[in-house]
Ligand binder design. Structure first.
Ligand SMILES: Nc1nc2c(ncn2[C@@H]2O[C@H](COP(=O)(O)OP(=O)(O)O)[C@@H](O)[C@H]2O)c(=O)[nH]1
Ligand SMILES: [Mg+2]
Length: 482
């Protein structure tokens, strides 16, 4: 039988050496620095690692970008580009209007006079008592303030996520703790800070300690969070002190016990809060606006990538079966060559075009060659051909097994390669300012591994094999043996 190719297969580049490229290289983050969004993602960062390393004198990493109006404007500009691009590529997308409104809201936010302060922390740490005190005895400052108590953090009922969201939506967070800061609390506090949230650490219920213990605890807290918060941002309060027994000895030597409640004390909190509001009022809103814009950016990017993915899929399918049919009709002498066939340069160029990444044929060839080499290094060809052979045994089509195994494996590997490219491109700048960038081979390799693992399921392979038999085998032959 003959299989007509709609497009020549570009075989080459198998000898590309990748000396620098260790396959076990450290995991790379797909998102750019500064694009922190969910607390989960940020919490997964280096915060706790750093905390545990501090004993060794390791300095805090300066991961956070400096925030100012210019940075905000640049970010805003980027997001507008993404939305503009989405409008070009998917004009009917109903989300576009929403994104635009969210951006308008984010910019209006910059002129909002009021400051919102979230009170957060674990269960029963004194959040409500603090809220009560702050509302009955307002902080003296020129700014109108609004307080909100979040649900308790670190609970299993799912309220933690709500608490985290509320805290990120506010302009400043009062993070309430009692004495020792747990690793979990530390992680959360650091994550808030990384998201450009202004945080004060409030050590409440401090009345339960003697004065010297209290100052010891404060010092300890200050040193634990020193990479994140200034010492002045760590304060002790007692918002609902417990009555204590006071023994009075009279002149005649007899004594009487009375219960006395120590006074509420939130004075250091009041002072620092007033100071922050007076000196950083604008920055608080910048941080808030930043988080809002990043939120829009993330959803807009997802929308754009979804559009592109939907356009890429038919191309991937087509390519997969072209390559599969070629390998079926003309089996290669060495299975390793399948890896080379699976990532052809034209596919790199075509998928790149969907993702606004322009590549010269030469660059595409280098990338394709590099990917083919990684596929070999990972043993994907072997894993794949063995799995396909295994599945074919149950299909009773052994008489063409040689070519068919190759055809199906090539199709499957092509799909893996294409999905890898798609994922890789999706992680790049979505609106490429300049053509032809350098390939990040580490990232490409890691993406390939992830995509392969995600698509390794037998059920999925079975689908490819099923479709492949239909497509690659002439109907008559398939029914004869079937
Ligand atoms: N001794 C003492 N107890 C406090 C203090 N603040 C709160 N509490 C008590 O701690 C418990 C939990 O307080 P609450 O404000 O409801 O904590 P929330 O669950 O974080 O809102 C209550 O029994 C409060 O009376 C304080 O400053 N000192
Ligand atoms: Mg409460």
């Amino acid at each position: 039988m003959t299989v007509r190719l709609q497009r020549p297969l570009l075989i080459g580049g198998i000898g590309v050496t990748l000396g620098l490229w260790g396959l076990d290289s450290v995991a790379h983050s797909l998102s750019g620095v500064g694009n922190v969004l969910t607390l989960g993602t940020i919490a997964a960062g280096g915060g706790y690692w750093w905390y545990t390393q501090r004993g060794n004198g390791v300095q805090a990493p300066a991961a956070k970008i400096d925030l100012d109006r210019a940075t905000l404007d640049r970010l805003l500009n980027q997001v507008e580009l993404v939305i503009g691009q989405l409008t070009i590529e998917s004009p009917e997308n109903p989300q576009i209007e929403l994104f635009k409104q969210q951006l308008i809201r984010a910019t209006t936010n910059l002129t909002r006079p009021e400051r919102q302060i979230a009170i957060t922390g674990g269960q029963k740490v004194g959040k409500s008592s603090l809220m009560q005190q702050l509302t009955t005895e307002p902080v003296v400052c020129a700014t109108p303030l609004k307080y909100i108590e979040t649900p308790a953090l670190f609970t299993v009922n799912g309220e933690s996520a709500t608490a985290a969201r509320i805290a990120l939506e506010a302009d400043l967070v009062l993070f309430v703790t009692n004495g020792d800061l747990t690793a979990t609390e530390y992680k959360h506090l650091t994550a808030l800070h990384q998201a450009h949230q202004r945080v004060m650490l409030v050590f409440d219920r401090s009345d339960r300690y003697l004065p010297e213990e209290r100052s010891q605890i404060i010092h300890q807290l200050q040193s634990i969070v020193s990479g994140t918060l200034k010492a002045a941002d760590v304060v002790a309060t007692s918002t609902a002190p417990t009555p204590i027994k006071v023994r009075k000895i009279k002149a005649d030597g007899t004594s009487s016990d009375t219960l006395e409640t120590p006074p509420v004390d939130i004075s250091s909190l009041d002072r620092q809060l007033a100071h922050i509001l007076a000196t950083e009022g604008e920055q608080l809103v910048w941080g808030n606006t930043y988080r809002q814009i990043v939120g829009v950016q993330t959803t807009a990017k997802t929308a754009l990538n979804t559009t592109r993915y939907n356009r890429a899929l038919p191309l991937i399918e087509q390519n997969q079966w072209i390559v599969g049919a070629a390998a079926f009709a003309n089996p290669v002498p060495a299975l390793d060559l399948l890896a080379t066939a699976a990532v052809n340069a034209q596919m790199v160029v075509d998928l790149g075009a969907i993702y606004q990444q322009k590549f010269s044929m030469q660059q595409a060839q280098a990338a394709a060659g590099a990917m083919g080499t990684v596929m070999l290094k990972l043993g994907l060809v072997e894993v794949c051909t063995q799995a396909v052979s295994g599945l074919l045994k149950t299909n009773a089509v052994t008489f063409v097994a040689g070519g068919l195994v190759q055809g199906l494996s090539a199709a499957y590997l092509t799909r893996i390669a294409a999905l890898t490219l798609v994922e890789y491109f999706a992680a790049q700048d979505l609106v490429a300012p300049e053509p032809a960038r350098e390939w990040n081979l580490d990232l490409l390799g890691n993406t390939l591994q992830n995509v392969f693992q995600a698509n390794q399921r037998v059920a999925y392979l079975q689908t490819v094999v099923g479709q492949g038999i239909d497509r690659l085998m002439p109907k008559s032959a398939a029914t004869e043996v079937g």
